[in-house]
Design a protein around this ligand. Sequence first.
Ligand SMILES: *[C@@H]1O[C@H](CO)[C@@H](O)[C@H](O)[C@H]1NC(C)=O
Ligand SMILES: *[C@@H]1O[C@H](CO)[C@@H](O)[C@H](O)[C@H]1NC(C)=O
Ligand SMILES: *[C@@H]1O[C@H](CO)[C@@H](O)[C@H](O)[C@H]1NC(C)=O
Ligand SMILES: [Zn+2]
Length: 447
Amino acid sequence: MALDHRSVFRASVLLTCVIICSNVLCPVGAYLYNNRYAGDQVFRITPSNDEEVRAVKKILGHIKVDLWQPNSISLIGHNATVDVHVKRNDTQGLHARLKQKRIDYRVFISNLQKEIEKQTGYRSSRKRRSESQYDYEVYHSLEEIQSWMFEINRTHPDLVTMFSIGKSYEGRPLYVLQLGKRSRPQKKSVWIDCGVHAREWIGPAFCQWFVKETLGSYQYDSVMRRLLNQLNFYIMPVFNVDGYHFSWTTDRFWRKTRSKNHKFHCRGVDANRNWKVKWCDEGASSHPCDDTYCGPYPESEPEVKAVANFLRKHKKRVKAYISIHAYAQMLLYPYSYKYATIPNFDCVESAAHNAVTALYSAYGVRYRYGPASTTLYVSSGSSIDWAYRNGIPYAFAFELRDTGYFGFLLPESLINPTCTETLRAVKAIASGLLKKCETNRDRFPYI
Ligand SMILES: *[C@@H]1O[C@H](CO)[C@@H](O)[C@H](O)[C@H]1NC(C)=O
Ligand SMILES: *[C@@H]1O[C@H](CO)[C@@H](O)[C@H](O)[C@H]1NC(C)=O
Ligand SMILES: *[C@@H]1O[C@H](CO)[C@@H](O)[C@H](O)[C@H]1NC(C)=O
Ligand SMILES: [Zn+2]
């Protein structure tokens, strides 16, 4: 009895502390990420001619910036906006230089720390830690996502298989959920990965949403039932597990993996520029400290190698590869490394058209779509080029919401609409696989 009283007392003291700390009274230590983004700003710069492009490249090259869009200085072009996160000590200088050159710009986020606190300040008091009901409308830590995967595997033995395809650089398991009725083992399959780039948190949120919705609607949604009966879905909710964990605990805007470079003091490789297609060509950097570093050699990252091995092994069955990124509101397909038309263009183009139409039908959000090279920019081979070259006829990269207002800090209140509309698009692509699309088999025999 005495013990009970004591633990009740301890619990109430703890609760009081939590309540105090979730309000304004907390001292410096309570700031997220040690207050490292205080005073930092996000600029949107719009250079309108070649001269201004050169000037912007030069200005940004001189200060250490975190590019949000595009993701490398070499990809800055005219009439495309540049979103850039600038450290507080550099903001005044940047304002002055842009004004002096009369380059069009505005400040999108005037205090990055405040924006982060506004969005995640109530973390502790939320039901995110509740065991009974998983909350799909908040962002989750890697540990929470992995426990959730075990739970999904445990509670849906008829439709779900869970396995690991390898280990990350820091030794974390790379888990995949396989969804689908196990009636026919050689079913056509769809691969979906999320969280290749650490800071794009809406990606993992979508993968979880997709699993929840497909399993939850199996009983009453005939389209979903048909998809799960006739296809297998391989879902990898967090591809870059080490990077995601780092962005959760230490640096919200971390993008790369966490592998160590022995010559430099910086870590990580851009997991989408580590594939064996036109490796380290345009738009990628060979400098280890850059955000678009392609790595010491193709598939140097254990996460990329594990996914590549898995897809090589199952390429006969995998008919669609889908990679979820943010942000830009685009649906991209190959090629990204060259201006050329893919052999099965008509089929892929029509799948993309159906997908963005389905997406639009939810809330009227418009996505641009097309070959990555012309829609975004030419860049060295990404995972969609690699998947396509390895015989997966439908390879897509989604760039989810938004178009830069919140950028990587998409608020949790937008998880639901973003995932709802994206689910429609993915469903449309998957449904398309059940129909026949005629392609020139001489040129593309493995479709
Ligand atoms: C860039 O935008 C300006 C002003 O809107 C326009 O006159 C020009 O043609 C555009 N250039 C390109 C290449 O789109
Ligand atoms: C910013 O400037 C202040 C004062 O000049 C200096 O103490 C601080 O170390 C600088 N911070 C960074 C991140 O450079
Ligand atoms: C998934 O659940 C099955 C039992 O239904 C179990 O045998 C298997 O080990 C689980 N997978 C993982 C990765 O825990
Ligand atoms: Zn990305």
